[in-house]
Design a protein around this ligand. Sequence first.
Ligand code: PLP
Length: 393
Amino acid sequence: MRINRHYGELQDSYLFSTIAHKVAAYQQAHPEAPVIRLGIGDVTRPLCPAVTEALSAAVREMGEKATFRGYGPEQGYDFLREAVREYYGERGIALDLHEIFIRDGAKSDLGNILDLFDTDNTVLVPDPVYPVYVDTNRMAGRQVRYLDASRENGFLPMPEEGVRADLIYLCSPNNPTGAVYSWEQLKAWVEYALEQNAVILFDAAYECFVSEPGLARSIFEVEGAKEVAIEVCSFSKIAGFTGTRCGYTVVPQALAGGKLNKMWLRRQTTKFNGVAYVVQRGAEAVFTDEGMKEIQQNLDYYRANAAVIAAALDEAGVWYCGGKNSPYIWLRCPNEMGSWEFFDWLLEHAHVVGTPGEGFGPCGKGYFRLTAFGDAERTKEAAARIKAALATL
Ligand code: PLP
């Protein structure tokens, strides 16, 4: 027996455990300190009533002989795929039902999709970004090449001349920077992918936060994208499904002459037995008029939190991006502090917990992520404390 040696090449992920240890040690030393956490990227608003009612109704169906369901279609029930198709249709994107695959969330598909690609592929990954892209490729023995993001390029790296690519990850809105590609920028990526005969893996997990005109919510808003892109999306952030688990992936028929769509169906029917019927009924309810109205209230709640944090940073004169079309605010650590140095400083001086930027890749050094997913009152309190603490520097 030989184990997969590539697991030994992974960097240990100390980010959130180190944060937890540091906060626990601080609280032990200062039990009176009212610590507020703006660090984790998990939602806090509960599922909306349209979703919980649909979930309850589906549970009752499962308890009746006449309406009970066993194994469902591996690629998802038509009722949900139809709802996803309409969601795209409203934005002028025509999808075929067979291009939509329902899954238990974006994370698993982002890893599993790599089954379709050779290990020799050259993989481009933005830096900083959601760490799953790098780790899933390394687990499979693939090398990745970073696309450097910086303040200069607005944390939106663009194709570079002379750089080869087979697989290209794009995350927009980006976790952690909150930066969002415009249509023009994505058009340049689509053209580059066509030229390179590459596939773009587009992570649209935060698309629901995009509200400014000219910014893309889906790569398929760009002409020609269906020939080069796979889009991975999720109900986690749009509707608070982080614990309920549901997502979808679009693998267009136009991609690689339909080969990848066929292979993905083969892969799913072999290795996956579908998302729970009950959960898919809950997800379907997200796209009803009622559901959409209710989730907008939750999204507005998070948007208001982001605006509160942004206003505090504006007043403190700290550089940041994100927040407007994303639940994440990405700030430059003041006084040339390192990410961890600022983490400790903020914990001590404002009792606020954030996430050090270097946890998302080397280009995150000297930056820091705050999230808008918290409770509104606590976020206001945290923002006031951050502003007051920064004023003492
Ligand atoms: N993609 C990005 C960019 C994320 O930040 C996250 C979670 O935070 C995910 C995907 C995972 O989403 P899901 O809950 O659907 O697995």
